[in-house]
Design a protein. Structure first.
Length: 307
């Protein structure tokens, strides 16, 4: 147990280190453009969705985009209605991280070495690229580490039985994904760990999909933190983010077996199956909500508006 907890903590820290450095690189290269996109290209719901997708895919963090959006709404740069499109797009854009994690041909050690060298060069663009390369290498090192935990997990009856229970009751995976994402504040890390366990056949595909669905809910905890002390309109953004993800998961939860069948059609590799179904789930959820934007906005205002 001690070895498992210690190694898990180390690999989670490595993952976050890689994500943090990756974000630093992306920040150096494009953050000012992201601010411009968020505040200028949100005049209608469709532009807002595209803006959310692009900014989240580039900055590799839906949580960061939601924090920025809540902040912009709070100071009056954006309206609550404009933020809905960004929120929808952010949920789609964050799935790019999952697709990135499916790459199996990346020589992670080479990435770490090359990135570290580039970080030493006193040039903003080279430094930014180096941070991206180094961050990616570190992330993939951590994912290999998660896969190595399979031995320790199989040696522990309690964990093995818990995983077996999620196999027989896959819907429990939603709760697991939500709790883990809320604790570690990253749906990407939760998906990365799930991919590693799925690849090592510790988890089956159906409960893995449920965990990914739950991770969408757990990551909303960041929005809850961001809206503390914010103005009323900004709080509506956070609550809309929570309800959007909860409703989306509840809509698809009864169809887990169908999602599993579709995932197996989309790809052969387990990691790709999970990544592709995450993309499909988020796109379909946005498409389902689109015709009801006005109703959704009215629902949030009715439920959470306060004087």
């Amino acid at each position: 147990m001690t070895d498992l907890l210690s190694l898990t903590a180390v690999f989670i820290m490595l993952f976050f280190l890689g994500m943090s450095i990756l974000k630093v690189g992306l920040y150096q290269l494009s953050f000012e453009k992201m601010q411009f996109l968020l505040t200028k290209f949100t005049q209608n719901i469709y532009l807002g969705i595209i803006t959310g997708i692009v900014t989240t895919a580039i900055l590799q963090s839906s949580s960061l985009i939601m924090v920025l959006t809540i902040g912009f709404v709070s100071i009056g740069f954006l309206t609550f209605k404009q933020s809905i499109g960004i929120m929808f797009g952010a949920n789609i854009g964050t799935t790019m991280t999952g697709e990135l994690l499916t790459f199996t041909f990346i020589p992670e050690i080479s990435f770490v070495i090359v990135g570290a060298i580039m970080l030493l060069i006193n040039n903003r663009i080279i430094f930014g690229v180096g941070a991206i390369v180094f961050g990616l290498g570190t992330i993939f090192v951590s994912l290999e580490g998660f896969e190595s935990l399979s031995y320790y997990i199989t040696q522990m009856p309690a964990l093995s039985q818990t995983i077996s229970f999620t196999s027989s009751e896959p819907k429990i995976g939603v709760l697991v994904g939500a709790v883990v994402s809320a604790i570690i504040q990253s749906s990407s890390a939760t998906i990365g760990i799930t991919m590693s366990f799925l690849n090592e056949e510790i988890l089956q595909l159906t409960p893995s999909i449920a965990i990914v669905l739950g991770a969408n809910i757990g990551t909303c905890f960041t929005s809850v933190l961001a809206m503390i002390g914010s103005k009323r309109e900004a709080k509506l953004v956070g609550m809309a983010h929570i309800w959007f993800n909860i409703i989306g998961v509840l809509l698809f939860l009864p169809f887990l077996s169908w999602l599993t069948d579709i995932a197996e059609i989309l790809a052969v590799d387990p990691k790709q199956q999970l990544a592709h179904i995450s993309v499909l789930f988020n796109i379909l959820t946005v498409l389902i909500f689109l015709p009801f934007i006005q109703l959704f906005e009215a629902f949030i205002r009715l439920l959470h508006s306060t004087k």
